[in-house]
Design a protein around this ligand. Structure first.
Ligand SMILES: NC(=O)c1ccc[n+]([C@@H]2O[C@H](COP(=O)([O-])OP(=O)(O)OC[C@H]3O[C@@H](n4cnc5c(N)ncnc54)[C@H](OP(=O)(O)O)[C@@H]3O)[C@@H](O)[C@H]2O)c1
Length: 286
């Protein structure tokens, strides 16, 4: 691990990504904040620099729902960062109503949460491999059966169920990365439990509607912890020297889970999803 490792954070303007960025700069890593809005990214970067003298922070604009943007951001990253020592995937969108079909033919939540991060990671794999860069998937332990005839939840679309399916896909892909790139690009899943930045002015736009929304609000009041509860152990993991020994593991905050995650270890479904995502991201990443 170099003295100042370069860690890319997808979803850096969100609660967990921002907390991870702060915790990583505190540990003298160079962080690259990835997000879809340049103004928001720059504001976050300035705040981090203001909170820590000498913080090394760069930004990279990418819209994960748009595969052209993902490809061009990956090219940009490869051109700008000669070594990439880690990639945090903490991008996620929950969108009301729907299905929302994008001009590229994908459903917006599926594209943002699953296809875009899959493509971006694949485009950076070689560079990650050169430094045994750690791939960390922020996951949620939600369960919802996948429908292979309607993987993107276009036909049968209840927002919470559609969102949960994307979360199942994240766990499947986390497990599949670990199997396919065993030790070359160590891959771990990280469950942040329930954290929330209650000062986020955009929070009200992120809640589900109806009964789920009431449950989320009550959980937020009684159960949510501040984002740094996740950011600190996430940063520790990203800078762990023994990365190959944690390949394929699931962490719940700073605790490595003793039990394998049933979704992550489902080889047949993981392979099937990987192959479907390869088809959806043609031409092949490289
Ligand atoms: N918070 C929790 O308790 C918890 C628990 C388990 C799992 N997770 C998962 O962890 C991830 C991060 O959670 P969080 O609480 O930090 O969520 P968040 O605050 O809502 O942040 C989500 C991040 O994703 C970004 N994003 C959304 N759509 C995008 C797009 N099209 N292109 C690029 N970036 C996009 C957001 O950017 P903008 O700022 O531009 O919207 C934001 O940076 C999510 O996948 C979530 O499901 C969270």
């Amino acid at each position: 691990m170099p003295k100042k490792p370069t860690i890319l954070i997808a979803g850096a303007t969100g609660s967990i990504g921002n907390a991870a960025a702060l915790a990583l700069t505190k540990r003298d890593a160079r962080v690259v904040l990835l997000g879809r809005r340049a103004d928001k990214l720059n504001a976050k970067a300035d705040r981090i620099r203001g909170s820590r003298t000498g913080a090394d922070v760069a930004t990279l604009v990418v819209d994960f729902s748009d595969m052209d943007s993902v490809r061009s951001a990956a090219d940009d990253a490869l051109g700008r960062f000669p070594t990439i020592d880690g990639l945090v995937l903490s991008v996620g969108a929950f969108i009301q109503g729907g299905p929302h079909l994008l001009p590229n033919g994908h459903e917006v939540m599926f594209a943002t949460n699953v296809i875009g991060p899959f493509l971006f990671t694949n485009l950076l794999l070689e560079r990650l491999e050169q430094s045994s860069g750690l791939l960390l998937h922020v996951i949620a332990p939600f369960d919802e059966a996948l429908n292979w005839n309607d993987l993107e939840s276009l036909e049968e679309h209840r927002p919470m169920a559609a969102f949960n399916r994307t979360k199942v896909c994240n766990r499947l892909i986390a497990g599949e990365f670990a199997r396919r790139y065993a030790r070359r690009v160590p891959s771990v899943a990280f469950n942040p439990t329930f954290v929330l930045d209650k000062s986020d002015p955009e929070l009200k736009n992120r809640w589900p509607s109806g009964f789920s929304g009431i449950v989320w609000r009550l959980m937020a009041i009684f159960r949510a912890k501040p984002p740094e509860v996740a950011g600190e152990p996430l940063a520790e993991l990203m800078l762990d020297e023994g990365r190959s020994s944690i390949d394929g593991a699931l962490f719940v905050l700073d605790k490595r889970s003793g039990e394998p995650d049933t979704v992550m270890s489902d080889e047949a479904t993981g392979r099937r999803l990987w192959e479907r995502l390869e088809q959806l991201t043609e031409p092949a990443p490289r």
